[in-house]
Design a binder for this molecule. Structure first.
Ligand code: XIL
Length: 297
């Protein structure tokens, strides 16, 4: 196959990218994105600050612009994200307790109703753990330890057809506190029937040329709990070809690793643009890492 999306599709997987709405009028950008990828994540446009700028007043124009761009080209869309400590609208940042709990539930219901039946997956909860595997302190965590399961139960009821994911970074190394913390939560959810379908490993790699320890073991271990796994926000310092090949191979080795998404198209589009972490350079040329990924798919 001659594109990332087509190569991934040979094994039933997808290859995706994050799209920024502000770049949809850049034809170099849209040409690459529409050619190479078959799964799209809105980089910011479906986050709580974008979708509910005022309490109870939803705004889907920016998210819909990306959704429409993708689906007009036959590309699928992952929803990102419904409950997160970051990129909350101002009104939500100042809430706490039962008021915030209800606002979270209302937010999930409002956004999921709009996209009901349209998305491949939702990152229901994003980045809820500390590096040591304990829960991250946030206004959401302050509403009670059960906020994550409430979010997932609300999400399942709001749209039974969409896959519900927990998404986080630094959960790639199996011998790491945060990985174990998330793993234990997923195991607990599965044992108690809390609805969850997938774990997203953001896969923001920083430095080095080797993969985080036992990355394949992590993917296999999550999958063995009965969830799909996906690499959801991949970028790699200086686009190390060995790390890009390795993370692709790690996904290919695990049947329940359903796809890979890189967090942007060209280096110049990246939130880490100073580290040149993506598969296309600022001019839109394929980098060596592109070839290493394509060959590993
Ligand atoms: C980042 C975006 O890329 C930036 O444009 C924005 O300013 C901040 O958020 N983890 C996530 C993503 O789940 O939503 C973040 O995206 C990167 C880290």
């Amino acid at each position: 196959a001659s594109t990332l999306g087509a190569a991934a599709a040979q094994s039933g997987r997808y290859f995706g990218t994050a799209i920024a709405g502000s770049r949809l009028n850049d034809s170099t950008y849209t040409t690459i994105a529409g050619r190479e990828f078959n799964m799209i994540t809105a980089e910011n446009e479906m986050k709580p600050d974008a979708t509910e700028p005022n309490r109870g007043q939803f705004s889907f124009s920016a998210g819909d612009q990306i959704y429409n761009w993708a689906t007009q080209r036959g590309l699928k869309v992952r929803g990102h994200t419904l409950a997160w400590h970051s990129q909350q609208p101002g009104w939500m940042q100042s809430l706490s307790g039962s008021t915030l709990r209800q606002a979270m539930i209302d937010h999930i219901n409002g956004v999921m109703a709009h996209y009901k039946g349209k998305l491949a997956a939702w990152d229901v909860v994003n980045e809820a753990f500390n590096e040591d595997g304990s829960r991250r302190n946030s206004n959401l965590q302050g509403t009670g330890n059960d906020w994550i399961e409430v979010a997932f139960r609300t999400a399942r009821a709001a749209d039974p057809s969409v896959k519900l994911c927990y998404n986080d970074y630094n959960i790639e190394n199996w011998s790491y506190g945060k990985t174990q913390g998330v793993y234990n939560m997923i195991r607990d959810f599965k044992s108690r029937g809390v609805p969850i379908d997938c774990v997203g490993l953001q896969t923001h790699f920083t430095g080095g040329s080797s993969l985080p320890g036992n990355f394949s073991t992590t993917l296999q271990s999550f999958a063995a709990l009965g969830v799909d796994v996906a690499l959801t926000e991949v970028d790699v310092t200086n686009a190390s070809t060995s790390q890009y090949a390795g993370l692709t191979q790690a996904c290919m080795n695990v049947p329940r690793c359903i796809g890979i998404t890189v967090w942007g198209v060209r280096d110049s589009d990246s939130w880490r643009s100073g580290e040149s972490p993506l598969l296309f350079d600022g001019s839109g040329n394929k980098k060596a890492a592109y070839t290493s990924v394509l060959n590993a798919l």
